[in-house]
Write a protein that binds this ligand. Structure first.
Ligand code: H2B
Length: 96
């Protein structure tokens, strides 16, 4: 597994409009907002189950109705196709 280069990353991000490259964290970032804390918590459970199946886990913070997600691949200290795949799975569950 190798980290995506800038050109590859830009190409993927064109089809992932809800996601931004966080250069400092070498990660993809998306913020989701929900109506309630319970909805945010339920989203974490749904995303967490899919992430665990893929053995690829988000870094995230939850504050009340808000969920911030960063996807990065620790082995290569950068963004890989595994992060792209999880971003797409999250978007399929929670369209922007
Ligand atoms: N999740 C994420 N986001 N990045 C990783 O590099 C990673 C992971 N590595 N989940 C996995 C687990 C690794 O530790 C196991 C051994 O496959």
């Amino acid at each position: 597994m190798t980290a995506l280069n800038d050109r590859e990353l830009t190409a993927h991000l064109n089809s992932l409009p809800a996601w931004r490259h966080d250069a400092e964290r070498k990660a993809l970032h998306r913020r989701l907002s929900f109506a309630t804390f319970a909805d945010a918590l339920a989203a974490m459970v749904r995303i967490g189950i899919e992430a665990d199946k893929a053995d690829h886990h988000p870094e995230w913070t939850n504050v009340y109705d808000r969920l911030d997600i960063w996807l990065t691949t620790h082995d290569v200290n950068g963004v890989t196709v595994r992060d792209i795949a999880l971003a797409r799975a999250i978007d399929a569950m929670f369209p922007a």
